[in-house]
Design a protein around this ligand. Structure first.
Ligand code: 6R9
Length: 693
C-alpha cells in the first residue's frame, strides 16, 4: 500500500485535460510492456467531477480504510445498502488463508439473515423503483424484443419460486439451469435464490456429456431448460441435448424428476419438441398459474447461493461454491464503483449467464443496484457486425461491458460498422475475460467510445466472485492494457517461485493476501481440492493461477494463466479436459494440448495426438477427433489445430515436456531450449517435420 500511495500521489500532479491517446502508432498483438509505459489516458475533468471516486486521493482514502479496517469498511456498506432480516453476529468476518495454520476458512457476515432475491427485487420496489425497467430483452432476430419492470420481474420470479416449492424443492436443494439468454434465465436464478435453493447454471454451449458430468456431481432434482434457441442464423435444439444427458445420468444413478422446459416458440414449435411423459413439463403450462407473490426463505449470509463449474488443471471441472451475504455485498459494490453506476444508466453486459460474469454482472450486481439491464439472446455479428451498436442506440446503453475477443473480432470488420451508429449514449466501457492487448484497447476507446469513455478492464475470476483489480472510471489516468489497481479491500501481491513477495517493479505469480467478501468458500464436495489448488502453492496466500507484472507506477499488467488452463475467447478450458476427450477416441492413444496465440480468440487450442499403433493419420480422422471434443465438452472447446505426433517429447520419467510443445506449436523453433533431458530427443525433429502435415 505504501508503494501505491507514493505513486498515486505523484499522479495527482499530472497535467489534467481530457483526451485522446497521445500515441496512436499501429500496434501488433502482444507488443512489449515497455513501449506502453508512458502512454497515459487522462480522464475528462468533467467525467471525474461527477464520478463516485473523482480522484486518486479519494480512492486512496477509501482503499486505505478498506485495508486497515475491513470489518468497518464492509459492515458500513452492508448495513446501509442492503436489507437484513437480522444483523450478523459479533464478527463481521473470520478467515484463515494460511494452510500451515489449519483448515482454510472464509466467512463474512455470519449470522446475518437476508435473501439476495429480496434485495434485488422487493427492496428496489420498496424504494420506489417498481415501474423502472429491470430487463430489456433483445432477441436474436431483429424486431424480436420484450421488457420487464421490477414489479413484473418480481411477479415472474415468485410464480416460478412457488412452482419449484410445489414440486418439493427446498432450501439447500440443487437446481440445474441449462438455458440460453432468455429472460427466463435470470428469472430462474432469482427464483432459486428466493427459496434458498442452490442454482447451478450450465452454459448452454456445453455438450450433453459435459452436462452429465455436472448432473452427476450436484444431483439436481429438477433441470430447467428450453426447447431450442436461435443463435445467429442457426437454431440449436437444446432439449435434445438435455434428453441425452438425462437418459445417461439416470443410467448412472442420478435421476432428475422434472425437466421444466420453456417453449421458445420463435426457435422451435412445441409440437416439434421431443417429449418424455411424466418427466417433462412445459413452463408455460404450469408456472403462470401460480401466485405472483412468494414468501422469501430467509437464509444465513453463509448459506450457499450457487455452484458454478469451472475448468482447472485436471480433467474434472470444479464446482465453485459461493455463499449469499458476502457475494451480495461484493458484487453490488464492485458494480457500482467499477462502472461508476448511476440510476439513470442503461447497462449491457454481453456475457452469458452460464459464466461467472453473467452471474455477477448480468444478474446480481446490476439488479442489486436497481439498474436497467439489457439481456441479448443472439450473436454479436448477426445479422451483421453492427448489431452491438444497433442495440446500444436502440436502448441508449450507457455502460457496455464485453470481452477482448469480441472487440478484436469487430475491429477486424472495419470502423464503418461502428461509426454508422451514434453511440452517443455510451459513457463507460468494460472489458473482461482475458488480457486486453493495447491495440484492441485503443480501438475500443477511440472508435467505439469516441475517445470519451473510460474503459474498466476488470481482472477477476469465477473464484473471486467479483472484480479484484480494476480501474475506477474517472479516478486516475489509464494505461491501455493495464487493469490498474486493486478494488477496495483487496490486497494483491506478486510472489516469486518460492512464494516470496516482490516489491516495486516486478513480475511473478499473482496472489491475494487476505479474504474479501465475494471470495468462494469451497469447491463443492471437495474442500481438500480447494485447499491444495488455491492455497498450497504459496502458503499464506490465495493463488490465482495468473501471472502479473507491476510497472514503475504500480499499475498491474495481467500476463495470462501460468497453469494448465487456457483461455479461449475468454472461456476457461483445462488442457486436461481436452486431452481426456481426445484420448477417449478409439484411435487416439495419447494427447497433449497447449494454448497458442490467436489473433481473435486470444488463445487457440493446439493438440498433439498420438494414434493407436498401425492407424494412419488422415483428414477424416482429424475431423473425427475434433468432433469428439465438441461432443464431450462443447463447440467452444474444439481444437483449432491437430498435430499428428507419432511420439511426444518426454522426460525419462515419462513426463511430457509441454514447454517444448508450446514452442513447436507457436513455431518458435529456435527457442526450444535444452532438449537433452528427453528420453528420445529425436521426436522433436519428427514433430517439426510433421508440423505442416
Ligand atoms: C471473470 C472471468 C478467469 C481467468 C483469470 C484470467 C482471465 C479474466 C481478465 C483476465 C486479464 C482481465 N481474466 N479477466 N486476464 N485481464 N481483465 O473471466 O472468470 O472464467 O473464471 O476466468 O480469466 O486468466 O484467471 P473466469
Amino acid at each position: 500500500a505504501a508503494n501505491l500511495l507514493r505513486h498515486v500521489d505523484s499522479m495527482t500532479t499530472l497535467p489534467s485535460g481530457a483526451g485522446k491517446i497521445s500515441r496512436l502508432n499501429a500496434v501488433i498483438l502482444g507488443e512489449s510492456l515497455a513501449s506502453e509505459e508512458d502512454d497515459l489516458v487522462i480522464p475528462c475533468p468533467d467525467f471525474s467531477s461527477k464520478a463516485h471516486v473523482p480522484s486518486p486521493d479519494k480512492y486512496l482514502e477509501m482503499y486505505q480504510r478498506s485495508i486497515e479496517d475491513p470489518a468497518g469498511f464492509w459492515s458500513d456498506i452492508a448495513a446501509t445498502q442492503f436489507y437484513w432480516k437480522q444483523k450478523w453476529g459479533k464478527s463481521v468476518y473470520s478467515e484463515n488463508l494460511d494452510i500451515r495454520k489449519g483448515r482454510i476458512n472464509i466467512e463474512w457476515f455470519k449470522g446475518g439473515i437476508t435473501n439476495i432475491s429480496y434485495n434485488c427485487l422487493d427492496a428496489n420496489i420498496a424504494a420506489g423503483n417498481g415501474e423502472k425497467i429491470a430487463i430489456y430483452w433483445e432477441g436474436n432476430d431483429l424486431g424480436v424484443d420484450a421488457s420487464l419492470t421490477y414489479n413484473q420481474l418480481l411477479h415472474r420470479v415468485c410464480q416460478l419460486a412457488n412452482y419449484l416449492k410445489d414440486i418439493g424443492i427446498r432450501k439447500g436443494d440443487a437446481v440445474l439451469i441449462y438455458l440460453p439468454m432468455l429472460m427466463e434465465l435470470p428469472i430462474a436464478m432469482l427464483a432459486c435464490a428466493r427459496i434458498g435453493a442452490v442454482h447451478s447454471v450450465v452454459f448452454a454451449g456445453f455438450s450433453s456429456e459435459a452436462l452429465v458430468q455436472r448432473i452427476m456431481d450436484c444431483k439436481p432434482k429438477v433441470v430447467i431448460t428450453c426447447n431450442a434457441v436461435r443463435r445467429g442464423p442457426k437454431t440449436i435444439n437444446l432439449k435434445d441435448i438435455v434428453d441425452t444427458a438425462l437418459a445417461e445420468s439416470s443410467r448412472n444413478g442420478s435421476l432428475v424428476d422434472v425437466c421444466l422446459t420453456y417453449a421458445n416458440d420463435s426457435a422451435l414449435k412445441k409440437e416439434s419438441t421431443k417429449w418424455v411423459e411424466g418427466r417433462d413439463i412445459w413452463w408455460q403450462d404450469v408456472v403462470p398459474k401460480y401466485p405472483t407473490t412468494c414468501d422469501v426463505e430467509w437464509v444465513d449470509a453463509e448459506d450457499p447461493l450457487f455452484l458454478l463449474y469451472t475448468s482447472g488443471s485436471t480433467g474434472k471441472p470444479k464446482g465453485v461454491l459461493h455463499t449469499t451475504g458476502g457475494y451480495m455485498v461484493y458484487t453490488a459494490t464492485t458494480f457500482k464503483y467499477a462502472f461508476d453506476y448511476k440510476p439513470s444508466d442503461i447497462y449491457w453486459c454481453t456475457a452469458d449467464c452460464g459464466w461467472i460474469t453473467g452471474h455477477s454482472y448480468v444478474t446480481y450486481g446490476p439488479l442489486l443496484n436497481g439498474a436497467t439491464v439489457v439481456v441479448f439472446e443472439g450473436a454479436p455479428n448477426y445479422p451483421d457486425s453492427g448489431r452491438c451498436w444497433d442495440i446500444v442506440d436502440k436502448y441508449k446503453v450507457s455502460i457496455f461491458y464485453t470481452a477482448p475477443t469480441l472487440v478484436r473480432s469487430l475491429m477486424r470488420e472495419g470502423d464503418e460498422h461502428v461509426t454508422r451508429y451514434s453511440r452517443k449514449s455510451l459513457r463507460v466501457l468494460g472489458s473482461v475475460g482475458e488480457p486486453i492487448n493495447p491495440s484492441a484497447w485503443r480501438w475500443f476507446f477511440n472508435v467505439v467510445g469516441d475517445s470519451r469513455c473510460p474503459i474498466s478492464d476488470t481482472w477477476w475470476q469465477t473464484e473471486t466472485g467479483g472484480f479484484m483489480i480494476t480501474p475506477l472510471p474517472g479516478a486516475w489516468p489509464q494505461k491501455p492494457g493495464s487493469a490498474t489497481f486493486p478494488f477496495f479491500g483487496v490486497q494483491p501481491v506478486i510472489v516469486d517461485e518460492k512464494g516470496v513477495e516482490i516489491e516495486g517493479e516486478c513480475s511473478g505469480y499473482l496472489c491475494v493476501k487476505n479474504s474479501w467478501p465475494g471470495a468462494f468458500r469451497t469447491l463443492y464436495g471437495d474442500h481438500e481440492r480447494y485447499e491444495t489448488t488455491y492455497f498450497s502453492a504459496f502458503p499464506g496466500y490465495y493463488f490465482s493461477g495468473d501471472g502479473c507484472s507491476r510497472d514503475k507506477d504500480g499499475y498491474h499488467w495481467l500476463t495470462g494463466r501460468v497453469d494448465d488452463v487456457i483461455n479461449v475467447s475468454g472461456h476457461r478450458i483445462g488442457t486436461a479436459e481436452v486431452e481426456s476427450a481426445l484420448v477417449s477416441h478409439p484411435q487416439c492413444s495419447e494427447a497433449a494440448v497447449v494454448g497458442v496465440e490467436h489473433e481473435v480468440k486470444g488463445q487457440g487450442i493446439y493438440a498433439f495426438v498420438t494414434l493407436v499403433e498401425g492407424v494412419p493419420y488422415s483428414e477424416d480422422l482429424r475431423k473425427s477427433l475434433i468432433l469428439t471434443v465438441r461432443k464431450q465438452i462443447g463447440a467452444f472447446a474444439a481444437p483449432d489445430r491437430i498435430h499428428w505426433a507419432p511420439g511426444l517429447p518426454k522426460t525419462r520419467s515419462g513426463k511430457i515436456m509441454r514447454r517444448i510443445l508450446r514452442k513447436i506449436a507457436s513455431r518458435q523453433l529456435d527457442e526450444l531450449g535444452d532438449i537433452s533431458t528427453l528420453a528420445d530427443p529425436g521426436v522433436v525433429d519428427q514433430l517439426i517435420e510433421l508440423a505442416d502435415c
